[in-house]
Design a protein around this ligand. Structure first.
Ligand code: UTP
Length: 225
């Protein structure tokens, strides 16, 4: 299968050390024996810190986004470093480049592309662009909940959901640099139109990737339900 994986910065750069990158690299290498893998890495707290500094200096939202993108690309470079020869050595800056780099058979790792969305949207556009069979979204919680599970103990996780239902949940949320919700609107709209099967799952343990690819955990977004 051709699989696109988005890894939230809040997971991979959380502890500010090499370990998570190394663990992710080892799982990705083993998955690449069987599947064609493309990865999109988020910015995490580092991106939010930099965006905060730029905003305090009076930068526009688009400029703040652009600074966030630089951080996601930096994280992508670190994952490429961890993957060594198994990864294409450069970070693509757009989808055509990502597709081109993937023809080498290497794992392609990218960050953001342009302002006004998160790396979740990059993942869904990339999945559509390259005709992926599956989109895996690694987050810090077990799946998609009806409310924030870190704040509400009665939060309920959806085993399955449609893009339409997700958009309904996002209706009143704001879109600002560094604060795109559990998945931004662009990401959900693309998943809806491209009909790419998507799984949101807990990526704190990289081994979960192997289960997510087999549908064994998380929330499945069913575009054609
Ligand atoms: P992230 O995708 O990491 O955003 O990109 P996030 O919603 O904060 O996700 P987590 O918490 O890491 O999972 C960091 C920021 O970079 C900008 C946005 O401002 C985003 O919030 N960005 C990223 C873009 O503007 N365009 C992109 O293509 C990617």
């Amino acid at each position: 299968m051709r699989v696109v994986i988005t890894v939230g910065g809040s997971i991979i750069i959380k502890d500010h050390d090499y370990k998570k990158f190394q663990d992710y690299a080892s799982v990705l290498k083993s998955m690449a024996q069987e599947h064609q893998i493309m990865v999109v890495v988020g910015g995490g707290r580092t991106a939010r810190d930099y965006i905060g500094i730029a905003r305090d200096l009076g930068a526009s939202e688009a400029l703040c986004d652009d600074i966030g993108i630089e951080v996601t690309r930096l994280n992508a470079r670190i994952l490429i470093t961890a993957l060594g020869d198994d990864a294409y050595p450069r970070v693509p800056h757009n989808f055509a480049q990502a597709l081109e780099f993937s023809t080498t058979g290497k794992i392609v790792v990218m960050g953001g592309t342009e302002p006004a969305h998160s790396t979740d949207a990059v993942g869904s556009i990339l999945a559509e662009f390259v005709g992926a069979d599956l989109l895996l979204n690694a987050t810090s919680v077990d799946g998609l909940y009806d409310k924030d599970p870190n704040k509400h103990i009665d939060a309920r996780m959806f085993p399955e959901i449609t893009p339409q239902e997700m958009l309904g949940m996002l209706a009143d949320k704001e879109m600002k640099a560094g604060t795109y919700e559990f998945m931004d609107k662009t990401a959900i709209q693309i998943i809806g139109r491209s009909m790419i099967k998507t799984v949101i799952f807990n990526g704190e343990n990289p081994e979960n990737l192997k289960k997510a690819v087999k549908d064994e955990l998380g929330t499945v977004i069913m575009p054609n339900k």
